[in-house]
Write a protein that binds this ligand. Structure first.
Ligand SMILES: [Zn+2]
Length: 242
């Protein structure tokens, strides 16, 4: 266990608040951290002076030996960080230091992505398949909800089923269950690439990755993946991130 100290300036009263957070999490040794990540607790702090809620978003490495999952959380919280973010440098630094066959090694830049990767692994799913599935269901969504913009889509487990949660620009959150047949057909069609990301190569598996794969594969074949039946899109009254 390796803790790091940070000083945060309270936006409300200007006090300097010292916080300590783990830089490396080994889930087998400290399962409580996984719970704290998923609840968001790890990223929250309270100002000791005025009681204001503070956000603590610090870099960390998440290691789950059982799930063979390694997540490098390298947060981008400002334009400055976005400008200086050097994925290639991060990737080569990781690959120089750690090599484990059959591992999923991911670089993520937001708390939501970190949570999502942990949940996807929890239910034994492939994050590459999920990212491609988002595009499949986005198409269906756009046809049913013309004019409603989608800000983000995240994987979530709901009612013992795999679901995608759509955060929309009309302020609503909507969910669609992932049809296991669709999941299987994506896994089959993209088998080479979705297997390749589980062979200890460091990668960022997100929207851009999925888009690149979809483009590459649609050049190769003309197959489309769409459900036989129109999936039900449910309006969620609760905001999972709130
Ligand atoms: Zn304060």
């Amino acid at each position: 266990m390796e803790n790091k100290k940070y000083t945060i300036t309270c936006p409300n009263c200007g006090a300097s608040v010292s916080v300590e957070r783990p830089a490396i999490i080994n889930v087998q040794n400290n399962p409580e951290y996984k719970i704290q990540i998923l609840s968001g607790e790890l990223f929250r702090e309270t100002c000791t002076q005025c009681g204001q809620g503070l956000q603590v978003v610090s870099r960390l490495t998440y290691h789950d030996i059982e799930k063979r999952l390694m997540i490098y959380f390298r947060p981008i919280t400002s334009q400055e960080e976005l400008k200086t973010f050097d994925y290639e440098a991060i990737r080569s630094a990781i690959e120089d230091n750690f090599s484990a066959p059959g591992y999923a090694m991911r670089v993520v830049t937001t708390v939501n992505e970190l949570m999502e990767k942990i949940k996807i692994a929890e239910y034994g799913l492939n994050d590459g398949v999920i990212e491609i599935a988002k595009f499949v269901y986005f198409d269906i969504f756009s046809k049913q909800f013309e004019g409603v913009g989608v800000i983000n889509i995240y994987y979530e487990r709901r009612d013992d089923k795999d679901a995608l949660i759509f955060f929309c620009n009309d302020g609503n959150t909507r969910s669609i269950f992932i049809d296991p047949k669709i999941y299987a057909s994506i896994e089959k069609r993209f088998s080479e690439v979705v297997k390749a990301i589980y062979t200890s190569r460091v990668c960022m598996v997100g929207r851009d990755w999925a888009l690149r794969m979809i483009k590459a594969y649609s050049k190769r074949d003309n197959q489309t993946i769409t459900p036989d039946e129109k999936p039900e899109i449910k309006l969620l009254d609760s905001h999972p991130e709130a």
